[in-house]
Design a protein around this ligand. Sequence first.
Ligand SMILES: CC(=O)N[C@H]1[C@@H](OP(=O)(O)O)O[C@H](CO)[C@@H](O)[C@@H]1O
Ligand SMILES: [Mg+2]
Length: 597
Amino acid sequence: MSSVEDVVLAEAACVILSKQQAPRMYWVKQSLETRARYSGSELFKDLNQMTLTLFHVNQAAESGRRNFSKKVDKDVMYGTAGFREKAEALDYIIYRMGLLAVLRAKYKNAAIGLMITASHNPEPDNGVKLIDPHGEMLEVKWEKIASALANASDDKLEEVLDDIVKSESINMSREGCVFIGQDTRPSSPSLARAAVAGIKVLSGLPTDFGVVTTPMLHFFVTCRNTQGAYGEATEKGYFTKLSTAFNKLCASVKLSGNYKPHVFFDGANGVGAVKMKALAGYLSENLSVDIYNKGSGKLNYMCGADYVKVQQRAPSGVPAPPGERCVSVDGDADRLVYYYVDEGSVFHMLDGDRIATLIAGYLMELVHASGLAINLGLVQTAYANGSSTHYIANVLKVPVACAKTGVKFLHEKALEFDIGVYFEANGHGTVIASEKTTRLIKDTISKTEIPAEQRSAAEGLADVFGVINQTVGDALSDLLLVEVVLRTKGWSIQDWLGTYVDLPNRQLKVTVKDRRVIQTTDAERICENPEGLQKKIDELVAKYERGRAFVRPSGTEDIVRVYAEADSQENTDRLAALVAQAVYQMAGGVGEAPTLP
Ligand SMILES: CC(=O)N[C@H]1[C@@H](OP(=O)(O)O)O[C@H](CO)[C@@H](O)[C@@H]1O
Ligand SMILES: [Mg+2]
């Protein structure tokens, strides 16, 4: 037994003795005595584990009570985007997520990511989410564990931590490596310190990457856990991987048609602007980027991808001439939307559905040209515009699947295809390839007996997977891929918009007493509870040409969302308002009732 472990055991005994927890005191004493007798045996290892756990868990709870006491009584929930709250109510949650990240890292025996951000939400908010070993979102079972840990009272903290260690059989002597990232919010640095405190008290190993985009942190985690096979876990490694593939793809296509290698970039006054500036330095003359909303204004205020998508208008602060291709990213740069304003000052948006169709169409062409038997599919949510679904299925002839809102559900569904493209209408999405497909593409490139054209298409596919961040939707990486496709096709943004016509659509929010009364099925397209609500929605929808509507409880806000589309904006707005009224009446609406337009 090493002297370090001796000290740990001795300290554990002191801490627990001093708290006069009689049963535990007895237990630790016994374990120390037994150690002497069984030193070196399996039984000793178990006892040592238990004592280590007791010590750490006790220290974590003590330090939590002392420095990060629980401030709010209200229960919080680890939702589709982790925890999101007002920043001042978050330090204890983030401290506890630091603890949980270490437990998860020890459980998985791999590095785990901890990102501090509230994405597109207002500047005074903040949040935290954990990233699993392959860059995925935290496993659903652990979301519940995260909520239980965040909601435990200070005096129950030790018990809850102990339960997690025992129920998940966590080996506490493993390394607990946690990668931390933060967005540019003023509250982020102190919250990152809370995370580090939580990580250290459980003897975890924090690596703080400072200000990074959420997708960069996903990338770093994946690089680390693949021992560098996915790339190098540094900013330089990230920029180099993306830009090398992008520059190669650009070099293979001459500038033609209406494509101009230039975009106006709205950075939402956040991290996207900072990292785009760095990335632009790697792109040589293949793309020039004019960056606006670089951080002098308020984060996400009247700018950014969410503002542009929801308000359906151009952000302030971007002086783009009419007809010019513009993009907006959100506060942590995992969402991307394109837009332009025409000569008549009319705003045109090209959202996640458009990006998905553009990319899926391009990939389908490469797959056909490569002659490979690859099953390509596209995953959307119920929020996808009906016209986009029709275009993908009937014009591009790419199979479409529908998943529940929330990236992890889309990602999961996309895994069912050899190559899965997934995008939420709000601009969050990416492309993933199965291991088998990645291998097949690689093998094809190296087989000289395969015709050169097919090999070159396979090389194109390989380069697409160099540009795209497969770990998660990534605004910067998606931007590069969209630019490659437009360049290849020789398209202006107007040409791209011309592929199909969006149906008018409207999103509304309804506040109800308890949004959990709304229960849905069939990828959230059907409402099962409250009884009778779906029947009412069906009746309303039937009255409108090309009508479609659904309702679901938000995972990130305390509201119910209503979505509607129909043949005209006027009809759409009316249908949305009627459905909102039905929700208000049948699902316990509070505050002012929704009014008709
Ligand atoms: C309609 C909509 O845009 N919903 C968003 C929003 O979720 P809600 O559960 O709808 O609040 O935030 C999620 C996290 O960013 C994102 O995945 C999702 O698409
Ligand atoms: Mg985001």
